[in-house]
Write a protein that binds this ligand. Structure first.
Ligand SMILES: Cc1cc2nc3c(=O)[nH]c(=O)nc-3n(C[C@H](O)[C@H](O)[C@H](O)COP(=O)(O)OP(=O)(O)OC[C@H]3O[C@@H](n4cnc5c(N)ncnc54)[C@H](O)[C@@H]3O)c2cc1C
Length: 453
């Protein structure tokens, strides 16, 4: 079968749907959204569903501020159909010195809002935590007073000496957001097609057609504009287009289970433990691990960044733990095996920050939800949004662990590229063309050597 479209998008995850929505909104033309799977069923179904504007690069702060502005507008117009909340993001550490000597100077010049320090002589103006996304403080509160930390986060270990509470953050339902955008996009004429993008036709002027294999036939969709929003499979689509970009897929996991002892307060914000650590195994476990060459890595050092969340709202009882410690890139596959030791690893790690979780060692109630997906990322962990360098071909991909929160701004920005609208100043930082600048590429090598990626 042969058909025509102004624009074909490959991928109906959070990103492809947002691109379709903003293209339809800004009058981009007839859009066909192609996916091999049901919408939002792949990486986007694995998201922790958290968002924040607290990022170490100015361009990422601008992108996320724009995305959160758009999310708030959508929450307003839809009567918050996707359950946007705003308890903020909490970063806890036992190393107060690093917060004062590194984090503070890094973030103070960034567009993250006002940063307020709360020391023992100044704890009064710390605004209480609320789930309501409206009327919340912006910026961040840095808690350095141990009594204030104890009172606000009684479940934390005594050794915690500093807490950064970034206030423009919280969570949302990625599925509800995506389905809302998809419904609106379809109302404006976007057409969904279930099938796999398997090839392209081109002439001297660029793309002329996208070839799609459906369950029953091979279709040719004549078009001059194509968007690669294929998530972890974006490198494969790039290869079909003859484009080479540095995207690596790294598998990351989460577990969720019941917390009958209410170790994590239901009102606690999404929390990240900043400190690296070795896991607190019992002596007998340590001996067993030491004796098994395949398991000795469990005795090594693990990086900071472990996530803890009360999942399912204030009336729920589940908690979610995640830890993106894997750093090994691999070829993406549709069904990937999970690490059977992950629950034990993340639970032991989390108990360093929240000692009460030790009650669940060998004692987690069933069922345990264990899932994972790829962080699809560039070396400098900035997404790819813009022209692919083949006439008519664009990419919106490499959103690692931030695709849910960035989806609206990314879709909006990609629509600007396709429609030829003036681009915001931050667009260049995400354009694939950045890799054509030798100085930029040389800078990446330096970053890798310094271990900052
Ligand atoms: C464990 C985990 C936790 C995360 N937590 C958060 C979080 O808290 N906050 C946040 O903002 N982000 C988070 N993320 C990141 C976020 O989930 C992703 O960045 C986002 O879902 C990526 O969306 P996507 O549309 O690019 O990819 P996907 O959702 O994978 O969508 C890509 C789609 O392309 C389709 N496709 C691929 N190839 C083809 C082809 N050839 N033909 C047709 N269709 C094709 C696939 O079927 C798929 O549906 C997390 C990710 C993981 C793995």
């Amino acid at each position: 079968m042969t058909q025509t479209a102004d624009i074909v998008i490959c991928g109906a995850g959070s990103i492809g749907i947002a691109v379709a929505y903003y293209l339809a909104q800004w009058g981009g033309g007839d859009v066909v959204l192609v996916d091999k799977h049901p919408p939002l069923s792949q990486t986007s179904a694995k998201s922790g569903e958290n968002y924040r504007n607290w990022w170490p690069q100015p361009e990422m702060c601008h992108l996320m501020n724009r995305s959160i502005d758009l999310l708030e507008g959508l929450a307003r117009e839809s009567d918050n159909v996707f359950s946007l909340t705003r308890r903020g993001y909490v970063y806890a550490t036992m190393d107060k010195t690093a917060v004062l000597s590194q984090t503070l100077p890094l973030y103070q010049p960034l567009p993250v809002g006002e940063i307020r320090l709360h020391t023992s002589s100044n704890t009064a103006n710390y605004a209480p935590i609320s789930p309501n996304w409206k009327g919340q403080p912006n910026g961040a509160d840095i808690l350095l007073d141990r009594d204030l930390i104890r009172r606000t986060f009684p479940h934390f270990a005594d050794g915690v000496t500093a807490v950064i509470h970034a206030r423009r953050g919280g969570d949302l339902s990625a599925q509800q957001l995506g389905m809302y955008l998809l419904k609106q996009a379809k109302r404006r004429g976007v057409v969904e097609l279930r099938g796999e993008v398997v090839g392209f036709e081109r002439d001297a002027g660029g793309i002329t057609a996208v070839c799609v294999q459906t369950a029953t036939e091979r279709q040719t969709i004549h078009t001059r504009t194509f968007v690669n929003a294929a998530g972890p499979f974006a490198p494969h689509i790039n290869t079909l287009l003859g484009v080479d970009l540095p995207i690596a897929n790294v598998f990351q996991q989460k577990v969720a289970f019941d917390d009958p002892l209410r170790v994590i307060p239901r009102t606690a914000p999404f929390t990240i433990f900043e400190d690296s650590q070795t896991l607190p195994w019992h002596d007998d476990e340590r001996e067993l691990l030491q004796a098994e060459p395949d398991y000795q890595w469990l005795l090594g050092n693990f990086p900071g960044g472990l996530h803890i969340k009360a999942d399912g709202g204030e009336n729920g009882s589940w908690i979610k733990l995640g830890w993106a410690f894997n750093q090994t890139a691999e070829e993406a596959v549709w069904k990937r095996q999970r690490l059977s030791e992950f629950l034990d690893i993340v639970l032991h790690g989390a108990s360093r920050l929240v000692p009460g979780l030790a009650a669940y060692f060998d004692n987690v109630s069933k069922p345990v939800a264990h899932y994972g997906g790829y962080y699809s990322k560039t070396p400098e962990n900035l997404p790819l949004i813009g022209s692919l360098g083949v006439a008519g071909a664009y990419i919106c991909s490499a959103f690692a662990g931030f695709g849910t929160m960035a989806s609206c701004a990314a879709g909006d920005l990609l629509a600007d590229w396709v429609c030829g609208t003036a681009l915001p100043a931050y667009a260049a930082a995400f354009a694939p063309a950045r890799y054509q600048d030798p100085a930029y590429v040389a800078g990446l090598a330096g970053l890798e050597k310094a271990g900052e990626l």
